[in-house]
Design a protein around this ligand. Sequence first.
Ligand code: NDP
Length: 403
Amino acid sequence: MSKVLIIGAGGVSSVAVHKMAMNASIFTEIHLASRTKSKCDAIAKSVKERTGVDIATYEIDAEEVPALTRLIRQVEPKLVVNLALPYQDLPIMDACLEAGVHYLDTANYEPKDEAKFEYKWQWAYQEKFREKGLMALLGSGFDPGVTSVFAMWLKKHKLSTIRTLDILDCNGGDHGQAFATNFNPEINIREVTAPARHWEKGEWVETPAMQISQSFDFDQVGPKNMYLMYHEELESLSKFVPELERARFWMTFGDEYIKHLTVLQNVGLTGIEPITYQGKEIVPLQFLAAVLPKPETLGETTKGKTNIGDIATGEALDGSGEKTFYIYNICDHEEANAETGNQAVSYTTGVPAMVGAAMMLTGRWSGEGVFNMEQLDPDPFLEMLATNGLPWQVKELPAPLDF
Ligand code: NDP
């Protein structure tokens, strides 16, 4: 019997819960709690209609550690899957420690008043989880998540060392809206407007946000402009793949997205410093997020595909010299929506969250302490990912990237 409690009821949670219900032999009991219970109930209704599985739902503010601890003790899950926002990571980890259950998330902790995502806060929980004999798995989404597992799969099966690594995240989908984000708008805009950072020769190189771009021809999507950005897996990859000479993260954005974002930034609507408006304190970015389309409403209208993967260059395992491999997944927005009622960005995050949870519940991934995806065997994870809607492919490229 493996009982699981999921926290958060947005697009990513919706996909993960649907996929857990489709793997009922592993997830024998599914409980879902979030700040707004009606959103949990809507997911439960869709899951019941699509799979026949019943989901128990609860209202919880995950930042209230004593209340969350009580809920975990009441439900008695083996694992808590955190699909709320990065701000809730530490309180949910605290409640898991109190109640004695394992923990998983898809995004690293960010303090609300500082757009800075780093693993240091969660890595500081290492001893606490180890002492209690519990496992915390960090970043089990697509990026972070699968992109790190892809790198480790290449290191296990193709390359003895990785000299350079580029993560390429392309969303070739069109949602038909003038401007919308494909996951939580507040988190998305904080990420995109932060300075770019990449790892080069043992140190971080910082450049202004959205300044360095390249065109790349993505399989089944076509040529797109992609922008150099900072992304959290660069921190864990540079730690767990110490030989990396250079690691970069690129994400595609259309001209319309850039145009809207530039205007919003120029008029101050992406700021995270509170301002006083009609006697009330508001955070401009939170106000903006409230008026933008909700990511979970984009499923019906989004068409096209995502293509996310890693290009790695290094010494071949078979001693044949330096080689370059490209490993990636393509996901179709409309197919994702037909299966779970959510577009591919939620789908490509929710499926790996379910697979990471399955790895922990079945004991194929186990340990005591705080773990990043790079520390665990890539094979069982990628096998299950491929049979649960996210097949991947690997090919050898004739030469390293020329940029
Ligand atoms: P949404 O904003 O759609 O959903 C977030 C959910 O968390 C909402 O249901 C929200 O409740 C709930 N929530 C927020 N605050 C609290 C709280 N204090 N207590 C309880 N519940 C709370 O986000 P997404 O589904 O798009 O993203 C979910 C997570 O996935 C985020 O952390 C995001 O960063 C991460 N992500 C990771 C990716 C990866 O590849 N690794 C890619 C995309 C996203 P309410 O409905 O009341 O607002």
